[in-house]
Design a protein around this ligand. Structure first.
Ligand SMILES: [Zn+2]
Length: 92
């Protein structure tokens, strides 16, 4: 009787526990906050307010969603300001 039960998930986390996670950026929230995904075990991490990596819990997902919205709004406003500023420069 053969019983081979090695799921990729298990293999991945074993690999990670020996060699460490292989994180790749899965999402850019702001310039400083990014979400990471381990390509071996699919563990999700994020940058917290102190710039350290922390596990991406539901709480952090919520925070990141808010940060992302604020960041996008800022970018929109910044683009508008820049346009107004260059117009001002040309006329003066
Ligand atoms: Zn991993």
């Amino acid at each position: 009787m053969k019983k081979v039960e090695t799921t990729n998930k298990h293999k991945g986390s074993l690999y990670c526990s020996i060699f460490g996670h292989n994180f790749q950026v899965s999402k850019k929230v702001t310039y400083h906050v990014k979400e990471y995904n381990c390509c071996n075990c699919k563990k999700q991490m994020t940058t917290n307010g102190n710039g350290y990596l922390t596990e991406l819990t539901d709480k952090f997902k919520e925070i990141n969603a808010v940060l992302e919205r604020i960041h996008k709004n800022k970018m929109k406003r910044f683009a508008k300001n820049k346009e107004a500023f260059s117009n001002l420069k040309m006329t003066s």
